[in-house]
Each structure stands twice: as structure tokens, then as C-alpha cells.
Design a protein around this ligand. Structure first.
Ligand code: CA
Length: 402
């Protein structure tokens, strides 16, 4: 139903756009006028609004992301293989050492341990390497005037103007994701206004250029979300052979003693303490894959981006930074996912076979997927475009292109 409506409305939009090219710009101009009239009630003076939005034009390409249904759904083992690989663990340990004093200060002030702060940083922006490149006011302005979540994005647009008006960040520096998340911590503008703090004491909250500001702001986010220092996010557990998984899920919490009685054991061999602490059973790939008991701190991480796979990536990376091991139970697949190093190797092998995959960057985009499909077909594998261990192993051994 939803898809039919979407297809219909997209058809209407494109035919309307074809009929009169000027329409989007006119609509944008009148929409900005409306936003200008409400801006002062949000503390943005008309003069500031005019200064910051002069010359602003819509970028309708961001609308494609708004309703994007990924045709290629990423399996949890592919997602984690790229996000928590040996490279990111090594980078995280290096960052933990480099910013030790800053982290110690944030950790003491906000009562969140350094490994958790660094893990958020590593997953959000790869330690400041991936901020997104889209000018924030253009994206948020467009999403405020077109598409299906205009009122939400209008609030974020006005919040972004407020940040610039206060001078925390220079306008030309403010770039980010298509949806308006920006900087080391990928905060949305309204999150910035609520939770960003000045970590280096220069009087500005600069999540684009200041690592101390970013680390302190992340710690503050988790602190305000209810982080309980000294308590684990959770841990991997082993289920008994005849386990009844009818009770599971992050939200369906039961006392630890209840779980222990059902035969769950910690995967690292430590005992589950006799306690009434509330824990939910997370089964990201069903009962045959890795299982986790998760506590309140897991929910706090979840609050950062509202996806369990995402929260698990941060939680697991934080464990690895504390010296923890990879999961004990393997994912229920005979074709595990690839690390970023392996993705680059796969891309190199594809390029050597003449596939125009573009830059070897470890990011499997449309061109890499096409090349993967072609090679899968040639090798008699299912041509699904997924980068996995089986294809990598086959191409390594395949003398065809040598
Ligand atoms: Ca600062």
C-alpha cells in the first residue's frame, strides 16, 4: 500500500517537475518566507535568518534518501564485520592513547568510561574521518520544504541556524549527512543545542573541529541518557540446547536470576551474578546465532541512533577496546562478512578483472555490487551482489585474471 502511494506520488512529483522546472525554486522561496516568520519565535532574528539563508537553493537529491528502501538489506554479520574490524579496534586503541587526558577529564566529569566514548566516535564518524559532505542548510532547508517529514526537518533547520547564529561553528564548515547529522559525533542540530558541551574551554561548542568538544559532548549525551558508570552494557551468553526463545528482545527485561535459572551462561565463562538486575535477551540473528543479555546501558547507547545493530556495534567495539574478544558463537551463515581490509582486497581483485568499480575504498557501492554480481554469475554462485568470504576466497584462488 505504502509503496503504491509512494510510486504514485513520485510519478506526480516528476511529471509536475517536468511540466514546470521553476516550481521547486518557487516553492522553496515561499517556504523559506514561512520559516522566516516563525524563526524569531525560536530566537533567530530576521536579520540573522536573511544573512544565513541568502543564496540558499534546494537540493532535491536528498529526497531520494528519505524514502529509500534498501533493495540490498545488510545482514547483521556483514554490518558488524565492517564496523567492528581489526582496523577499527587498532584505530580506537590509538585514539584512546592519543586523547587519554581529554578522555579522562570527560570520563570523570560525565561518569562514562573512555572505551564507550571512543567506540561511539569510531562508529559515528570513523574517529573524525567521515563527517558527510553535504552542506547542512541546503539539505535541511530542502527537507523542510519537500517530502514527508517537513515539520521535523523544519525544527532541525531552525536549530542549525541557531547554532550558526551563536557562532559555535562557521557556516561554510557545517556539512554532514543527507539528514543533517554532523561532526565527530554526528549529532542532529537539535541534539547539539540540548547536549553539546565545550570540552576544551574556548567558549565554543565545536563538534566539527574540536575533538575535546566532541568527546565531552558524547559523554554528556550518554550521561543525560541515564548511563550507569561501572555497569556493563551487557555480555554474550550461551543458550542451553533446548532453550525456549519465546521470551526475548531488548525491551522484555527479566531479572538476571530468571535468566540464570533458564540455563544461560556467560560466553566468557564468568558466572552470571545472582541479582535482580533487569536484562533483555538480544538475538540479532535468531536463536542459532550469538546471544546477548543487555542491560539499561545498552538502551542508552540505542538512544544515540535507534537501531539495535548499531548499538551492538558500539557495545562490541567498546569491549574490544577494553581487551575483549570477538564473539564466541559464530553467526549462522556459511559465508561470513568481510572486514574493510577484505573489502578493499575484493575490490582490487574485481578491478584486476577489468570491472570499473571506481576507487578501492572498502565501500561497496553500486558499481562494486554490479562487479560482484558479474563474478558470482561467472563462478556459478548466486548473483546477489553481496561481498562475502566465499567470493573473496574464490577470486583469490581463481587464476583467470592473473
Ligand atoms: Ca570548544
Amino acid at each position: 500500500m505504502k509503496n503504491t502511494c509512494l510510486a504514485l506520488s513520485l510519478a506526480l512529483i516528476s511529471s509536475a517537475a517536468a511540466a514546470q522546472d521553476a516550481a521547486p525554486n518557487e516553492r522553496f522561496t515561499s517556504c523559506m518566507k514561512t520559516l522566516r516568520s516563525v524563526a524569531s519565535s525560536k530566537g533567530i532574528a530576521p536579520a540573522s535568518f536573511d544573512r544565513l539563508t541568502s543564496g540558499l537553493t534546494p537540493d532535491l537529491s536528498v529526497l531520494e534518501f528519505l524514502d529509500y528502501q534498501p533493495e540490498f538489506r545488510t545482514a547483521i554479520w556483514d554490518y558488524l564485520a565492517g564496523l567492528v574490524d581489526e582496523e577499527r579496534v587498532a584505530d580506537g586503541l590509538a585514539m584512546q592513547a592519543k586523547w587519554a587526558d581529554t578522555l579522562a577529564a570527560s570520563s570523570e566529569r560525565y561518569q562514562v568510561d573512555p572505551a564507550t566514548i571512543v567506540a561511539v566516535w569510531g562508529v559515528e564518524s570513523n574517529f573524525g574521518r567521515n563527517f558527510g559532505k553535504r552542506p547542512l542548510l541546503t539539505s535541511l532547508g530542502t527537507l523542510s520544504c519537500f517530502g514527508r517529514r517537513q515539520s521535523y526537518f523544519s525544527g532541525e533547520f531552525l536549530s542549525a541556524l541557531k547554532i550558526l547564529d551563536a557562532g559555535d561553528i562557521e557556516p561554510e564548515q557545517l556539512v554532514g549527512s543527507w539528514a543533517g547529522a554532523f561532526g565527530h559525533t554526528q549529532f542532529m542540530p537539535s541534539t547539539f543545542l540540548r547536549l553539546a558541551v565545550d570540552g576544551d574551554g574556548d567558549g565554543k561548542r565545536d563538534l566539527m573541529a574540536s575533538v575535546p568538544d566532541a568527546l565531552a559532548s558524547t559523554a554528556n549525551f550518554l550521561h543525560k541518557g541515564g548511563w550507569r558508570e561501572g555497569q556493563p552494557w551487557g555480555y554474550e551468553v550461551l543458550l542451553p540446547a533446548d532453550f525456549d526463545d519465546s521470551v526475548s528482545g531488548r525491551r522484555d527485561k527479566r531479572p538476571l536470576s530468571w535468566w540464570a535459572k533458564r540455563g544461560l551462561r556467560r560466553a566468557d565463562g564468568q558466572p552470571i551474578p545472582v541479582s535482580d538486575a533487569a536484562a533483555g535477551l538480544l538475538l540479532p540473528a535468531g536463536p542459532r546465532g550469538p546471544a546477548f543479555l543487555v542491560f539499561r546501558n545498552f538502551d542508552v547507547i540505542y538512544g544515540y541512533n535507534a537501531a539495535e545493530s548499531y548499538a551492538l556495534a558500539i557495545a562490541h567495539l567498546s569491549d574490544r577496546l577494553r581487551g575483549g574478544k570477538p564473539f564466541v558463537t559464530p553467526w549462522p551463515t556459511d559465508d561470513p562478512g568481510l572486514s574493510r581490509l577484505e573489502r578493499r582486497e575484493l575490490q582490487t581483485l574485481l578491478a584486476a578483472r577489468g570491472h570499473p568499480i571506481g576507487e578501492v575504498d572498502g565501500m561497496i557501492g553500486a558499481r562494486s555490487r554490479e562487479a560482484i554480481k558479474a563474478e558470482q554469475q561467472r563462478l556459478g554462485m548466486t548473483a546477489d551482489g553481496r561481498p562475502g568470504q566465499k567470493l573473496l576466497t574464490s577470486l583469490r584462488a581463481d587464476p583467470a585474471a592473473r
